[in-house]
Design a protein around this ligand. Structure first.
Ligand code: 1CP
Length: 329
């Protein structure tokens, strides 16, 4: 049967405009916090019954059009031998570019729990709900590996890219090959759509983005047999060149109006772009933001409603309900 999220990515007319929210499975939900009190983040991800349950929590509450698998962009790197903890974001030993380039290929047997979670979710969600697999884009994964965790401005990463572009390309190419294998495995297991998160590529200038973020992202997405979304927040300055990564759809943040972002991207599907802060406001403000969003996509097929970045952990769940109801109305 036709899944609205898949149809929108193909830029076909939809029976209802699809909506889901990045980070919809997570800390703003009391039922998530309750489960996390009994399982560490990594145990929850590696236990398909728990990960599938967390994936389904927002679907049961809000009937989203997409169910994003509960895992982290760093999960496949653990299977490649990179040790880390979560507090709440990833913490690891800073790696050199040469160490990253030398990481082994991804052994899909070591991420079999992800395939099992996908199979469980696919069999439990309504037929019209799309299962969304995902991976981190090579540049963003390299950012965490080089810095040893999240960072304000990714200075160390940017310094390494400038100092040794050839070594950086080798590291990015190892990560691109591994993520391509990882995404193909998720599609084999039943993911209907995949998203590549390039969360920190926006720290790069336009030429570095074209040179260092886009080619490995294109390799990570190449040849996959499901519609693909590429999401690089903070990248208004690169929207016009992004379609060369070869995805069907592009996520955009809230910094530009949807119509302006779409004009820069051209003839592709678009996902976004409500400011997550809107969901901290009152119901009327939320409804008005949805009306404004729809006005910005007037007459074009290929819009997936989402926020411009992940949902804030302080968001009241009833505001998410108001948002989804406004989209459906
Ligand atoms: O319970 C907890 O304390 C763990 C918090 C948490 C959660 C719920 C982390 C640690 N990761 C996740 C799940 C997660 N991460 C999902 C699946 C659930 C869903 O989307 O509903 C996804 C798709 C991600 C992706 C992810 N992880 C991104 C890309 C999206 C984005 O926000 O740009 C990034 C950058 C990460 C790194 C990460 N992992 C966790 C945190 C808190 C962070 C970001 C903060 C940091 O860099 O320190």
């Amino acid at each position: 049967m036709a899944r609205p999220l898949v149809e929108a990515l193909r830029r076909r007319p939809v029976v209802r405009r699809p909506v889901w929210i990045m980070r919809q499975a997570g800390r703003y939900l009391p039922e998530y916090r309750e489960l996390r009190a009994r399982h560490s983040f990594q145990d929850a991800v590696a236990t398909p019954a728990v990960a599938a349950e967390i994936t389904l929590q927002p679907i049961r509450r809000f009937d989203m059009d997409g169910a994003v698998i509960f895992a982290d962009i760093m999960t496949p790197l653990e299977a490649m031998g990179v040790e880390m903890t979560f507090d709440p974001g990833p913490r690891l030993r800073p790696h050199t570019l040469a160490e990253v380039a030398a990481l082994g290929p991804l052994d899909v047997g070591r991420v079999g729990f992800i395939a099992e979670t996908i199979r469980r979710v696919r069999s439990d969600v309504p037929d019209e709900t799309a299962v969304i697999g995902f991976a981190g884009a090579p540049l963003t994964l390299l950012a965490y590996l080089v810095e040893g965790g999240g960072s304000k401005d990714y200075m160390r990463l940017r310094g390494e890219l400038r100092a040794d572009p050839a070594a950086a390309r080798a590291a990015l190419s190892t990560l691109a090959a591994a993520m391509n294998t990882y995404l193909a495995m998720q599609i084999d297991a039943g993911a209907d759509v995949v998203q590549l998160f390039d969360s920190w590529a926006g720290v790069l200038d336009r030429e570095s983005f074209r040179d260092m973020a886009m080619p490995p992202a294109a390799r990570a997405l190449a040849g996959l047999e499901a519609p693909r979304i590429y999401f690089a927040p903070g990248c208004g300055h690169t929207l016009d060149i992004q379609p060369a990564v070869g995805a069907e759809g592009y996520g955009v943040d809230w910094r530009l109006p949807l119509a302006e972002a779409w004009a820069r991207l051209g003839d592709v599907a678009i996902q976004g772009n409500v400011d997550p802060a809107i969901l901290l406001a009152d119901p009327d403000t939320i409804r008005k933001a949805v009306v404004a969003l729809f006005a910005g996509s007037a007459g074009r097929d290929g819009h997936i409603v989402n926020l411009g970045h992940g949902i804030d952990r302080h968001t009241p769940p009833e505001n998410v309900a108001t948002f989804v109801e406004a989209v459906r109305a």
